[in-house]
Design a protein around this ligand. Structure first.
Ligand code: ADP
Length: 522
């Protein structure tokens, strides 16, 4: 809209005024239309809306103020500016004009130039407002389109992430189950008579299977941390005892390389709420690396417990170039070239350790000089214990004669569990699927159930729900023995009534300890 084609509608009962206004405005290039009364003005304005109204106030049928109010309530004309042109010169009239919706007020007799300037100002204002409105509309459309695209992208990323988590949960289950069989059978084989050659082959196979299991656990831990699906179990720990136990174990490795490992325990207290398994994992990684990457000197662990837990692990080993100290926390990154590397490892240990610290709101950093050694610093704040620790009634009588129902569809794992349990003196009953489990439960009246959660037809979850639904089994200890380790899975098992979870590959010690802990028998 330019000045030349801007449309102006004049409503005035005075013909002379109409003619003067029409003449001066037409000469300026406006497209002018005139009406001699308000009713006509309303019709014209509605059917062919102008860009500006000029209204007289005193008119015979409807006065200009009322006409303005009606124009302002009609959606077709409500946004069009109205200028009053009137012989009423009092302040009250002017205020009434603005209240009715006018944007300007010109008094008669008027100066032509005054009218032209005011009309020009309001026509231009309207033009700019219209441009702004259309830009706003365009922007809103753009934002809406972009929001729609982002929503779709987010939905597809969530789908991909869910698919990844599902894939990992499945692959985890599929690998852990046979790995459990391999490790377990090697363990049983270790109890058999073997000649020297067989014993060496057995030891090498056992070492390789353990290594594979550790590598696989690292990959799984890393992906769980990355997708925020790792579950932490916070409980009150005796930190000095825990650190000492880790150091005693690592001292053996250090001594094998001719290194000395020392530890210093200080602070105002020893109890601290943290995740035991994860803290031990971080300390083993730091101490293991200190041993691995040192050929001489001492390794010192300093542990100080006040409000937070502060631990330093210092070595006098090969050290790290200063520009690479952050790189070593990158997953899969190792400073040694893969073609000439002397040390084994996946390059995941420090990435996992740092992510574990961060997931527990702590930090892990390093200070190092090539040839002079490294010092790793771990800081962890105290956590809130998940549940107040229940008073545990330990089974002081051992596992002998405990009646145990094992529900497991994998025959190798079943055989393995049976062997471990029978060696501990337990009486074992078996069920190969969920349906058999319920029948066998009635028939064998067990002290404890070991339940695989991934079963054909009727899942472990369905089995535990059915067990808990029967009054007489409400307090029967049921331990899940499973390859599932995702946070959501474990939460679901516990919510359904599982008392404890043992993840595959099953360690004989963990299995027997857990059974003893949950069979409250004197
Ligand atoms: P891995 O030890 O399995 O290679 P880590 O993530 O634990 O993986 O360590 C990553 C890299 O950081 C190692 O490959 C090594 O190059 C370097 N590194 C870790 N700890 C030390 C240390 N104490 N001294 C020197 N280099 C280290």
């Amino acid at each position: 809209m330019t000045k030349e084609n801007a449309k102006i509608l004049i409503v005035d009962d005075n013909e002379m005024i109409r003619d003067v206004l029409e003449e001066i405005l037409s000469m300026e290039g406006y497209d002018v239309q005139c009406c001699s009364n308000a009713t006509e003005g309303l019709e014209c304005g509605h059917s062919d809306p102008p860009d500006l109204f000029i209204l007289d106030i005193t008119m015979p049928d409807i006065d200009g103020l009322e006409l303005c109010r009606r124009l302002k309530s009609d959606p077709a004309t409500m946004d069009i500016p109205v200028i009053f042109i009137s012989g009423l010169i009092g302040m009250e009239e002017k205020i009434a004009g603005f209240k009715a919706g006018g944007v300007d007020y010109i008094t008669k007799p008027f100066q032509n130039l005054d009218v032209l300037i005011r009309v020009k100002t309001h026509v231009e204002l309207r033009k700019k407002t219209q441009i702004l409105e259309s830009m706003n509309e365009w922007l809103e459309e753009k934002v809406e389109k972009r929001t729609r695209e982002l929503r779709l992208a987010k939905e597809s990323a969530e789908k991909a992430n869910n698919a990844k988590s599902e894939f990992l949960a499945n692959i985890n289950h599929e690998i852990r189950t046979p790995l459990n069989g391999v490790l377990g059978m090697l363990k049983l084989m270790g109890n058999c008579e073997m000649n020297d050659d067989l014993e060496m082959y057995h030891n090498l196979a056992d070492f390789s299977a353990r290594h594979l299991s550790a590598v696989f656990s690292d990959i799984l831990d890393y992906t769980q941390l990355d997708s925020d699906s790792m579950r932490f179990n916070y409980e009150s720990l005796d930190i000095h005892k825990l650190v000492e136990n880790v150091c005693l174990l690592q001292r053996e490795h250090a001594q094998n390389k001719g290194l000395e490992l020392k530890w210093e325990l200080t602070g105002d207290r020893t109890e601290f709420v943290c995740d035991e398994i994860r803290l031990v994992q971080i300390l083993n990684n730091l101490l293991g690396n200190a041993v691995k990457y040192s050929n001489k000197g001492e390794i010192t662990l300093r542990c100080h417990l006040s409000d937070d837990l502060n631990i330093e692990v210092e070595d006098q080993g090969v050290g790290i170039p200063s520009e690479r100290t952050e790189e070593i926390f990158t997953p899969f990154l190792q400073l040694e070239s893969p073609y000439t590397k002397e040390h084994s490892g996946t390059g995941l240990g420090l990435a996992i350790s740092r992510n574990l610290c961060q997931a527990m709101n702590g930090a892990l950093s390093v200070n190092s000089k090539p040839g002079k050694g490294s010092c790793f610093t771990l800081k962890l704040p105290e956590q809130k214990a998940r549940f107040p620790k229940p008073p545990v009634e330990h089974n002081k009588g051992g596992a002998e004669n405990l009646r145990i129902l094992v529900v497991e569809d994998n025959t190798i794992n079943l055989y393995l569990l049976e062997n471990i349990l029978e060696a501990a003196g337990c009486r074992v009953f078996q069920a190969l699927n969920g349906e058999e489990a319920m029948e066998e439960l009635e028939a064998s009246d067990p002290d404890i159930v070991l339940l695989d959660m991934g079963l054909p037809r009727k899942s472990g979850l369905e089995v535990i729900r059915e067990i808990r639904a029967r009054e007489k089994y409400r307090n029967l200890p049921v331990i899940a023995v499973t390859a599932y380790s995702h946070k959501d899975d474990l939460d679901r098992f516990e919510d359904a009534g599982i008392n404890a979870v043992i993840t595959k590959p099953v360690s004989e010690d963990v299995l027997i300890d857990t059974i003893m802990l949950h069979s409250a028998r004197d």
